[in-house]
Ligand binder design. Structure first.
Ligand code: ATP
Ligand code: MG
Ligand code: ZN
Ligand code: ZN
Ligand code: ZN
Length: 869
C-alpha cells in the first residue's frame, strides 16, 4: 500500500510563553473558536438578554408569521433616549422624502414645527411606511424594511395596533443600545486584538514590581533594604541626596519609616533636588528628580535588551489576575456568547473529563447543525485522548508553563496524535520520559489503541516496559556516540531476549540498573521536617526527610513531587540558609532541622550556558588545567605563550576571523541567520600559530574534539585533569565531546555535567543535593553508574533527595516518600514513607504496587540464576 504519511513528535519542552494554554497547545482551542463562531448565541453583556440578528428576508417572514391582514407601521428608530431638539435631523428626513415621524410615542408631520425640550431625553422613529401585511405587498415591505435598517444603522421597529417589536440585522440589544461585533472565530482569540481583553491584552493577568519582593523591611533604606539596588551605588547616592534635601531621617529600618517617606522611596519624589554625578574622581552637581525604586525597575524592564538583567529583575515581579476579564483573557463581548448555555470562558475552565461528558451529552446535539456537530466530534476525540492518557483533570485554560513534566509530555502527545487519524506512521521520541510506571502503562495502552486504528507507531525508548510491549524492536549500538550507529539486533522482544543482543539481558532482567546497598558508612539521626505544605495541589502535608541518606520522592505524574521538592523544600531551606535569597517559597507552615545543613544545592536540567562558547570542559573547570598544561610545554615557553593563548574567548590565540566561534553568522535579508564554518580556521577556533603547539601530537583544538573517554586515556598520567574526567565518566558522560557546545546538550546531559562539576569540587559535607528526575534519557547501565555516584555523595556525609520514576533507582534508595494517590487535585498527599522494602511490602499506592512487582521479578530471577548456576 506504499508509504504512510508520517508524523514525527520530537522531544521539546512546552513553551514558556504565558499565552500558551493547554487549549492552545493541543489546538482544541482553535476548534472551540470555530464552534463558538458558528454556533454561538450572544447575550447582551449589560442586561443578559439574548440578542439576535436577522436578514431582511427573515424580518419579512416574522412580519408574515401571524400578522397577515394586519396593519403595520414600519419605523426606523433613529434616536433613543437622547437629549436635544433635533431640528436639523427633522429637516434632513423631510428632505429625504419622509413625511412623518413618531416622537416620544406620537406620530407627527415632519413639515410642521416639532418643539422639543432640549434638556429632556427623547425617542424618535421615522415612519418609513404604513401598510397592510399581505403577499402582494411583499416587495414594498422589503424595501421599507431595508430603508428603516439603513436609516437607523441596523434596526427596524414593527408597530401593530396591539404590539410592537424591534428587530436588528446586527447582533444588538435594542434596550441597552449596544451592538455586538460579528460573531466569528477571531472574536474568541485572546491572541488577537479582536478578541483580547483590552485591559490585559489577553494575558489574563497583570504583572507588576512588588514591594514585598523588592524590599527587606528589616534593613535600613541606604543599607540593603532596597534589594535591587544592592550594588547600585549611584542610585543609593540619589536616595541619600533626597534624605539630605528633605531632612528625612533614614537611619531606621524601612518598616519603621513614615508611610510618606516609604512611598517617596518606592514611587519617587516629584520635586527636583540637587543631585551629584560622579565620574572617576570628578563630581558634577545638577538638579534632577529622585526616580523611585519601582519606576526605576519599570524603566529598566521596558528598555533592557540584556537577558541577564531581565532575569535578575524579574525576580521582583509579581502577578495579579486581571479585574476586567477575571483572568479569562477575552473581551466582554466574546464572553457573552454562549453555546448550550456556556461561555467559552466557562468551557475552558472545566476539567477536560467533565467537558467531554458534557459534549457527549444528548442536550448539546439537539440544537446543533451539521458543521457544529463535526467540530464537536473533533474536539471530543482530542479530549478523550487526554482522558485516556490520564490528564482528564486538567482544564483547557491551564497555562502550559505551569504543567508538571509528565503532564506536558502527554499534552504534547495529545497535540500530535489526539486526532486519532488512521493510516499514519507516528514517530515518537521517548514518550514515557517523566512518567511513573502507572502512567507509562496507560500511555502504552493508548499507543496500542492507535496502532489498532491501522497506524504504525515507531518509538525511541530506553524504557523496559515499553520495549517488552513492542511488536518489533530495532536495536542500535554497540555503544554511545561515535561507537554507535549500527543495527545490532532486530526482532520481537522474545527473539531479542533469546539472542545475543545488547538489550537481551536487560529485557530478560538478568541485568538492571539496580545498586542496592546493605549498610551506610555515615548514618545520621537528623531529619528535615516540613510542616503544612500547601502549594499547588499539596494538601497541607507534613513531610520528613532523613539526612545522610539517598531519599526518593515518588508518585504518579502530577502528584506534587516537584512542587514539594523545588518550591517548598528547596526555596524554604534557601530562605533559612541564605539571607540574600528572596524568592518566595511555596506555601508551608514551617521547616525544622535545617540547622544541621550548611548548604542546599539544586542540580536542575537548565542549560549549562546559553552560548556555544560554554561547553563541558569550560563548565567543569577542566579546561583551565588543560590550558595550563599546554602553556607549560617547551614549545610554548619558547614562544612565550601563557594559558590565555589557549583560550578561544580572548584575543591572542584564537582565530580573529570568527573570534573563536569557529563559525560565522551570515545575515540573510528576510530570512533567519545562517551559520557557516569559518573559512579561516575551518571551525577549529584557533589561529595557526596556536595550533602548532602540540602535546603528544595533539593540538588544543584536537583535545576539544576528544570524548571524555578518549581524553581520560590521553591525560591518564596527569591527575589534575584525569580526576575531573573520571567524574564526568562516572556521571555517564564518557561519550561526550569536551568541546560540545552547551546549547546542544539535552536537559539530562546538562544536569549530569553539573553533577560532575559538584563532584569535582572537594566534598563539602552537610550538604543537601536536590535532583529532579536525573535518570531522564539514561540507559540502565548509566542509571547504575549514576546511583553509585549518588551513593558516594551520601557516604561523604551529605544527603541526596531526588524525584524519580525509575524502579531501579526507587529500589536502590535508602528512603522513599510516596505522593499521590493520583495527579492534579486528586493528588498532593503523602501515601506512604519508608524503605523500599517497607513500601513494597505494604503496597498501598501505585508506587508500592509496581515496586513490589518489580522486586518479585528480581528475586525470582536471582533464584533462577542460583538454580541454574
Ligand atoms: N502554577 C500552577 N497553577 C496551578 N496548578 C499547578 C501550578 N503548578 C503546578 N500545578 C499542578 O500541581 C500538580 C503538581 O505538580 P508537580 O509539578 O508538583 O507534579 P509532579 O509530581 O512533579 O509531576 P511530574 O512527575 O509529572 O513532574 C500538577 O497537577 C500541576 O499541574
Ligand atoms: Mg515534576
Ligand atoms: Zn441589554
Ligand atoms: Zn483582562
Ligand atoms: Zn575562525
Amino acid at each position: 500500500s506504499g508509504l504512510s504519511p508520517a508524523i514525527s513528535i520530537e522531544q521539546k519542552g512546552v513553551s514558556h510563553n504565558p499565552r500558551s494554554t493547554v487549549g492552545t497547545v493541543t489546538e482544541i482551542y482553535d476548534y472551540l473558536r470555530l464552534l463558538f463562531g458558528r454556533a454561538g448565541v450572544p447575550v447582551c453583556p449589560l442586561c443578559g438578554k439574548p440578542v439576535e440578528k436577522h436578514s431582511v428576508d427573515e424580518i419579512i417572514d416574522i412580519l408574515f408569521q401571524k400578522n397577515e391582514g394586519k396593519k403595520v407601521d414600519i419605523l426606523s428608530p433613529v434616536v433613543r433616549g437622547k437629549k436635544g431638539e433635533f431640528r436639523n435631523l427633522f429637516l434632513q428626513y423631510q428632505k429625504e422624502g419622509y413625511l412623518r415621524a413618531r416622537v416620544d410615542g406620537t406620530v407627527l408631520w415632519l413639515e410642521e414645527e416639532i418643539p422639543l425640550d432640549k434638556n429632556k431625553k427623547h425617542d424618535i422613529e421615522v415612519l418609513v411606511d404604513r401598510l397592510t401585511v399581505m403577499p402582494e405587498r411583499r416587495e414594498r415591505m422589503a424595501e421599507a424594511v431595508e430603508n428603516a435598517l439603513a436609516l437607523s444603522k441596523g434596526y427596524v421597529l414593527l408597530a401593530f395596533e396591539d404590539e410592537e417589536t424591534i428587530i436588528s440585522e446586527k447582533f444588538a440589544c435594542p434596550e441597552c443600545d449596544i451592538t455586538l461585533p460579528e460573531i466569528e472565530p477571531r472574536l474568541f482569540s485572546f491572541n488577537s486584538p479582536f478578541g483580547a481583553c483590552p485591559d490585559c491584552n489577553g494575558l489574563g493577568s497583570h504583572q507588576y514590581f512588588s514591594e514585598e519582593l523588592a524590599v527587606d523591611p528589616s534593613a535600613l533604606p541606604l543599607e540593603g533594604a532596597l534589594l535591587p539596588w544592592k550594588n547600585k551605588h549611584y542610585m543609593l547616592r540619589k536616595l541619600k541626596s533626597l534624605s539630605l534635601h528633605t531632612g528625612w531621617n533614614m537611619d531606621r529600618p524601612f518598616r519603621e519609616l513614615e508611610p510618606e517617606i516609604q512611598s517617596a522611596i518606592l514611587d519617587g519624589y516629584s520635586v527636583r533636588i540637587p543631585l551629584t554625578y560622579r565620574e572617576g574622581k570628578k563630581e558634577t552637581s545638577y538638579m534632577g528628580r529622585y526616580e523611585g525604586l519601582i519606576p526605576w525597575l519599570e524603566t529598566r524592564w521596558k528598555e533592557t535588551e540584556s537577558e541577564s538583567i531581565r532575569n535578575e529583575i524579574s525576580s521582583y515581579r509579581s502577578e495579579d489576575i486581571c479585574q476586567s476579564c477575571g483572568g479569562r483573557r477575552l473581551r466582554p463581548e466574546a464572553l457573552s456568547v454562549r453555546v448550550d448555555g456556556l461561555t467559552i470562558g466557562e468551557v475552558v475552565d472545566m476539567p477536560v473529563s467533565e467537558l467531554l461528558d458534557r459534549l457527549l451529552g444528548a442536550r448539546v446535539h439537539e440544537f446543533m447543525r451539521e458543521p457544529a456537530k463535526r467540530i464537536i466530534e473533533e474536539i471530543s476525540k482530542r479530549l478523550s485522548f487526554m482522558v485516556d492518557v490520564g490528564v482528564g483533570y486538567l482544564t483547557l485554560s491551564r497555562r502550559a508553563d505551569t504543567l508538571s513534566s509528565g503532564e506536558s509530555q502527554r499534552i504534547r502527545l495529545a497535540t500530535q496524535i489526539g486526532s486519532k487519524l488512521s493510516g499514519v506512521l507516528y514517530v515518537l521520541d521517548e514518550p514515557t520520559i517523566g512518567l511513573h510506571p502507572r502512567d507509562t502503562a496507560r500511555l502504552l495502552g493508548t499507543l496500542e489503541a492507535i496502532r489498532d486504528l491501522d497506524n504504525t507507531v515507531l518509538v525511541v525508548e530506553h524504557d523496559r516496559d515499553t520495549m517488552i510491549r513492542a511488536d518489533y524492536i530495532i536495536e542500535l549500538g554497540p555503544a554511545a556516540g561515535e561507537y554507535g550507529g549500527e543495527i545490532t539486533a532486530t526482532g520481537s522482544p522474545k527473539e531479542i531476549t533469546g539472542r545475543s543482543s545488547l538489550s537481551g539481558p536487560f529485557l530478560a532482567g538478568s541485568e538492571s540498573g539496580l545498586s542496592i546497598r546493605k549498610k551506610h558508612l555515615k548514618p545520621s539521626k537528623d531529619f528535615i521536617k516540613v510542616f503544612g505544605a500547601g502549594e499547588n495541589n499539596l494538601k497541607n502535608i507534613d513531610a520528613i526527610f532523613p539526612l545522610g541518606k539517598l531519599v526518593c520522592i515518588s508518585g504518579v505524574s502530577g502528584s506534587g513531587k516537584s512542587t514539594l521538592m523545588n518550591e517548598v523544600l528547596y526555596r524554604g531551606l534557601r530562605r533559612k540558609l541564605d539571607r540574600n535569597f528572596r524568592e518566595r517559597a511555596g506555601k508551608h507552615l514551617n521547616i525544622e532541622g535545617w540547622e544541621a545543613l550548611k548548604n542546599v544545592i539544586m542540580i536542575d536540567q537548565a542549560p549549562i550556558g546559553r552560548t556555544p562558547r560554554s561547553n563541558p570542559a569550560t563548565y567543569t573547570q577542566l579546561f583551565t588545567p588543560i590550558r595550563e598544561l599546554f602553556a607549560s610545554l617547551q614549545e610554548s615557553r619558547v614562544r612565550g605563550y601563557g594559558p590565555g593563548r589557549f583560550s578561544f574567548n580572548v584575543k591572542g590565540g584564537r582565530c580573529e576571523a570568527c573570534r573563536g566561534d569557529g563559525e560565522v553568522k551570515i545575515s540573510m535579508l528576510f530570512m533567519p541567520d545562517v551559520y557557516v564554518k569559518c573559512d579561516v580556521c575551518h571551525g577549529r577556533r584557533y589561529n595557526r600559530e596556536t595550533l602548532e603547539v602540540r602535546y603528544k601530537g595533539k593540538s588544543i583544538a584536537d583535545v576539544l574534539e576528544m570524548s571524555v573517554d578518549e581524553a581520560g586515556k590521553f591525560f591518564g598520567e596527569i591527575p589534575r585533569i584525569s580526576r575531573r574526567l573520571a567524574v564526568l565518566k562516572e556521571a555517564g558522560l564518557g561519550y561526550m565531546r569536551l568541546g560540545q557546545p552547551a546549547t546542544t546538550l539535552s536537559g539530562g546531559e546538562a544536569q549530569r555535567v553539573k553533577l560532575a562539576e559538584e563532584l569535582g569540587k572537594r566534598f563539602r559535607g552537610h550538604t543537601l543535593y536536590l535532583l529532579d528526575e536525573p535518570t531522564t534519557g539514561l540507559h540502565y547501565r548509566d542509571v547504575k553508574k549514576l546511583l553509585v555516584l549518588l551513593q558516594k555523595i551520601v557516604d561523604q556525609g551529605n544527603t541526596v533527595v531526588l524525584i524519580e520514576h525509575n524502579l531501579d533507582v526507587l529500589a536502590s534508595s535508602d528512603h522513599l516518600l510516596d505522593l499521590g494517590p493520583e495527579g492534579g487535585h486528586g493528588g498532593g498527599r503523602v501515601i506512604d514513607t519508608g524503605t523500599p522494602a517497607e513500601i513494597s511490602g505494604r503496597a498501598i499506592g501505585h508506587t508500592g504496587r509496581f515496586l513490589a512487582e518489580y522486586l518479585d521479578q528480581v528475586k525470582e530471577r536471582k533464584n533462577n540464576d542460583r538454580a541454574a548456576g
